[in-house]
Design a protein around this ligand. Structure first.
Ligand code: IMP
Ligand code: MG
Length: 189
């Protein structure tokens, strides 16, 4: 699989370090929310992670294990790069949104912020449910023009405008299991 990469952009050790840092920061902020509202630090039912499937699956698994408090998961599935596309075709919801987010502290998690359409859509649907707070965490922030502005609270790495795969990110369904993140080699026609 590594042969299909033009270059590795971020290796597994860098990712692990950064995910650890993000986890510490997020844990601090969420525990701060509980303290402000007078909930004990182990209060159940207050914190809900909303990962955007499938791309965020590996990031989610690593990040959530850095969060030492009670929390639950509400998955949401979105596709924007159907099949062999490397440009966004617009975000489409493929699952129901988690219900009962009213009054909860929500953390939306995605692999990468590109045009912003996916996160803008999910965020506005979640805000309709009146959560107590709603934050966004992305592993990668692609330096490109946004179609929609998104208030991102936590970003792991800023990356150039290239199509990347690995650590959950796919091309045509493949490469999600690469432990590193790399730029896909473009085949000469
Ligand atoms: P946006 O809606 O354009 O911001 O795109 C975000 C979604 O597109 C992410 O959740 C990813 O699943 C996917 N995506 C964006 N850029 C890439 C990339 O470089 N490689 C793989 N998937 C990507
Ligand atoms: Mg995605």
């Amino acid at each position: 699989m590594h042969h299909d990469l033009e270059r590795i952009l971020i290796d597994r050790d860098e990712i692990a370090l950064r995910v650890h840092e993000l986890g510490e920061q997020i844990a601090r902020d969420l525990l701060g929310e509980l303290e402000r509202e007078g909930s004990p630090p182990d209060a159940s039912g207050r914190i809900v992670l909303v990962p955007i499937m499938v791309g965020s699956v590996i990031f989610l698994a690593d990040l959530m294990r850095q969060l030492p408090m009670k929390l639950s998961l509400g998955l949401v599935a979105v596709t924007s790069y159907p099949g062999q596309s490397t440009t966004s075709k617009g975000a489409q919801l493929r699952s129901e949104l988690p219900a009962d987010l009213s009054g909860k502290h929500v953390l939306i998690i995605d692999d990468i912020l590109d045009s912003g359409r996916t996160l803008a859509m999910i965020r506005s649907l979640i805000l309709e449910q009146n959560p107590a707070s709603c934050r966004i965490c992305v592993l990668l922030d692609k330096q490109t023009e946004r179609a929609e502005e998104v208030p991102v609270d936590y970003a792991g790495f800023s990356i150039p405008d290239a199509f990347v795969v690995g650590y959950g990110l796919d091309y045509d369904g493949h490469y999600r299991n690469l432990p590193d993140i790399g730029v896909l080699r473009v085949e000469e026609a």
